[in-house]
Design a protein. Structure first.
Length: 201
């Protein structure tokens, strides 16, 4: 365990084994942090949701769950859930500096959120997907497996697995490198490619 002396942790926070928390980070409320998680400096995990409508804030009594092996770089903000039970960061995900994960968002395993990317409330990102620098999702966006969202893009709605998306959900092609690098069986990779091909032509 390596927790910087300036870090602030509520008593309700659960820490797994070999957790690192950097200078001036705040871990607030009902937060569960798995093993081998690294949280760098100036992060806020458990921020109150950005929601001006009080009726949509809910009780904010749900959990933030950060699963094993995640890396959360400097100045990342992760908001507590509102009307659902959890905001979740799946195992071995990598959140780069300045990323923002809004309330009730769910990330699968091995997800990469690049510098300055912003996920609006209720966004779901499935396994092995990559959200480019400064990209933004609309509320309730659903992103499939092995998707690449290009830098500076705004996307919304349903993004199908295995594809590269840029501004306003324009499809550039199949995310071949992302699929190949994913820790999936050859059969699973081919299934994603077959599905993605339906949206190319």
């Amino acid at each position: 365990m390596n927790i910087h002396k300036t870090a602030v942790l509520d008593k309700s926070v659960y820490l797994g084994k070999n957790v690192e928390i950097g200078a001036f980070s705040q871990i607030l409320g009902n937060v569960q942090i798995g093993d081998n998680v690294k949280i760098k400096s100036n992060c806020v995990i458990g921020a109150e949701a950005d929601q001006p409508r009080v009726d949509r804030l809910g009780g904010q009594n749900g959990s933030i769950v950060i699963q094993d092996g995640c890396v959360i770089k400097d100045s990342v903000i992760i908001s507590k859930p509102t009307l659902t039970e959890v905001t979740k960061i799946g195992s071995n995900s990598y959140l780069m500096s300045g990323a923002y994960i809004a309330h009730d968002s769910i990330l699968g395993k091995n997800v990469i959120i690049s510098h300055g990317a912003r996920l609006s409330g209720y966004t779901t990102v499935d396994d092995f997907s990559n959200i480019g620098a400064n990209a933004t999702t609309h509320q309730k966006t659903t992103i499939g497996m092995c998707v690449m969202v290009g830098a500076n893009s705004f996307v919304k709605g349903e993004l199908n697995s295995g594809l590269i998306y840029v501004e306003k959900n324009k499809i550039l092609g199949i995310n071949k490198i992302g699929i190949e690098n994913a820790k999936l069986s050859d059969k699973e990779k081919q299934r994603i490619i077959d599905i993605a091909n339906k949206y190319i032509n």
